[in-house]
Write a new protein. Sequence first.
Length: 212
Amino acid sequence: MTLFAEIAMSLDGYVAGPNQSEENPLGEGGEQLHEWGFALKEWREPHGREGGETNASSEVLAESLERTGAGIMGRKMFGGGPGPWGKEPWQGWWGDEPPFKHPVFVLTHHEREPLVLGDTEFTFVTEGIEAAAEQAADAAVERDVKVAGGANAIQQYLDAGLADELELHVVPVLFGGGERLLDSVDPGGIELEQTRVVEAPGVTHLKYRVAS
């Protein structure tokens, strides 16, 4: 099993634009980071949409979907704001049919019962990143575990030496503010070995092996 972190990022290092809010979780302009994927046939078909492009990004996206048996995300990426979940907890940003279609483990400090939406089950883990990784590995059924974000969750796995790979989808936009991916990562504790570069319309895919 490989635990890999994967996320889209602006050219100046942001994974979300400025002024994030519950109404605008990706911040101002943040949707630009994902337009390359939304246009692909490989993204549209699983979401019940017709058409779509096929280009150099198609194989990258198809590989990610095929290898992922379980996912991990931070509470901010799931949604619902900080603090206790409350009596009627919000069901997240993802609607009644989340796109994941595999088990997802949400890092949180507050207990909550598992939530099943469509083909996705969210399990809320309060014991920390190692516990989430262990549970995700068990659920992945011989496939890999993806840390999908946000920035803080990926930073924690990199700093702890638990991430085996880092894949960045770098989009040629500049935000100048927002949520940066690597600001809190200890630069002395991580060594990256580039294993792949794929140039595609609107994005460059960079893949690294992490040697801590």
